[in-house]
Design a binder for this molecule. Structure first.
Ligand code: NDP
Length: 430
């Protein structure tokens, strides 16, 4: 996976950049044809188009540095995490300044763009170079975190197999000062970068045709909603599985630094490139467009309120809940007097709201949004559907790991919970 991820990212970029999103295949399946395919069709294009130029380094590392500084200095509420068993029950504190950092970044980027100091269209103009910088940074940061935690003895649950441990990670809660590197990497880099790639595509379209088409505007809205949700609900993240249990390894670091922003953006780039290459924009009928906006917004509503219901319930249970009126607060995001199962372990399992309907309602909602990102581009290329297909695999794998973990953690109580809420994704179907 550590070699295939970057290779796939370059391959998809070549298909998108030079072949209108069509998947390239060798002319024949012989060694000569494959070698020729690699050197001429892929490598030659990477060398020319994806070189990590100085501009690319400045854009990507500039943003990464800015986002880290903001995470360090911007104001926000301080939230206490769950007691961490590997730290002998110690609770860590998290400065949740994602929202103030996000608003500051939006304002700063608007000023830079309008004044011409940094045109946001430069992002898409330097896309492949920036992707290379992100890939290099993904490996570098993974190596630094791995080395540092091994040298300082902060590694946990190590298997002894170097490749597996490097992939899954060594430390649980690496920090620089008060900034939790895992939480920073998870929401401060991937989603804002993804949003800016889409915004850059929209601005490019605006510059070339004078308007922004509904599908391109759709992608900007979709990515805005996602990044905004991550920042406005940041205080819900410390008790989540990723922070509490997952280690900070290549899987999380590379995927957050490079994988998410540079593969989840195919829809936006495909829409923009299609028009540049063919001279015709991708447009759909009004009912189809309205249907997709409804699908996106419904998915978003369930995603937002589903995550919010469970996390706020858990925060109340741990005595760390506080009201936060970050925009938008949607109805049904906070359940009053919910039903639950009290486990012998001590934790409560929510059985009200979306959580009485399915065991992973927020995954279903996330997948609804993911498929809408593909459908808005039509059916001319597989690449805008890559995110949905990949995400199905990620979430299926996550569900099986999570169910296994919860079954062993909660025993009979988990069996009772599964009887009470029998469906995982969609009631009466699965
Ligand atoms: P969850 O929010 O589902 O967290 C799982 C944990 O929640 C379980 O281990 C359990 O922890 C607790 N839990 C499960 N059921 C209940 C219940 N009924 N009541 C109370 N607690 C319960 O998982 P994720 O962290 O994977 O997902 C969070 C969000 O992030 C989702 O919306 C997901 O779609 C999104 N996501 C997006 C990704 C992307 O690339 N776009 C990637 C990954 C996630 P405990 O042991 O404490 O009981």
């Amino acid at each position: 996976m550590m070699t295939c991820f970057p290779a796939l990212m370059y391959y998809f970029w070549v298909c998108l950049e030079y072949h209108q999103g069509k998947l390239l295949v060798p002319s024949q399946w012989t060694i000569e044809a494959l070698t020729d395919f690699f050197w001429h069709d892929i490598w030659a294009k990477i060398q020319v188009g994806a070189y990590p130029t100085t501009a690319a380094v400045k854009i990507y590392m500039g943003y990464v540095t800015l986002s880290f500084i903001l995470a360090y200095i911007m104001p926000g509420p301080i939230v206490e995490g769950l007691p961490i068993p590997s730290l002998k029950g110690k609770k860590l504190k998290y400065l949740c300044n994602g929202l103030s950092s996000w608003y500051f970044t939006l304002a700063l980027s608007a000023v830079l763009h309008v004044t011409g100091v940094f045109r946001l269209t430069s992002i898409i103009d330097n896309f492949a170079g920036i992707m290379t910088v992100a890939i290099i940074w993904g490996f570098t940061m993974s190596a630094l975190v791995y080395l540092y935690s091994n040298l300082t003895g902060q590694n946990h649950r190590m298997s002894g197999n170097f490749f597996y441990d490097f992939f899954m990670g060594a430390p649980l809660n690496p920090r620089i000062g008060h900034v939790d590197l895992k939480m920073w990497a998870e929401i401060r880099v991937p989603w804002p970068v993804l949003f800016y790639i889409s915004l850059s595509c929209a601005l490019k379209q605006w510059e070339t045709r004078g308007t922004v088409t509904p599908p391109v505007a759709f992608m900007v809205l979709a990515h805005f909603l996602y990044v905004n949700a991550c920042q406005k609900g940041e205080e819900c993240i410390p008790p989540s599985w990723d922070i509490f249990y997952e280690k900070d390894g290549f899987m999380l670091i590379f995927w957050n630094m490079a994988g998410v922003p540079f593969t989840y953006c195919y829809s936006s780039i495909y829409l923009m490139k299609y028009e540049l290459l063919t001279g015709t924009a991708i447009l759909h009928s009004m009912p189809y467009t309205v249907f997709l906006f409804a699908l996106l917004l419904t998915g978003y509503y369930i995603f937002d309120t589903g995550n919010s219901q469970k996390n706020r319930f858990r925060m109340e249970q741990n005595g760390i809940f506080f009201t936060r009126n970050a925009f938008p607060q949607l109805p049904w995001g906070h359940l009053k007097n919910p039903s639950y199962i009290k486990t012998k372990h001590g934790n409560l399992l929510l059985t009200s709201g979306w959580w009485g309907i399915a065991r992973k309602p927020h995954y279903t909602a996330d997948l609804m949004m993911a498929i809408s990102w593909g459908l808005i581009t039509g059916f001319g290329s597989f690449l805008p559907y890559f995110y949905f297909c990949f995400f199905v695999c990620v979430l299926t794998h996550r569900v099986s790991r999570d169910m296994e973990r919860c079954a062993s953690k909660y025993g009979d109580d988990w069996v009772l919970y599964c009887q009470k809420v029998p469906y995982i994704f969609i009631p009466f179907i699965y």
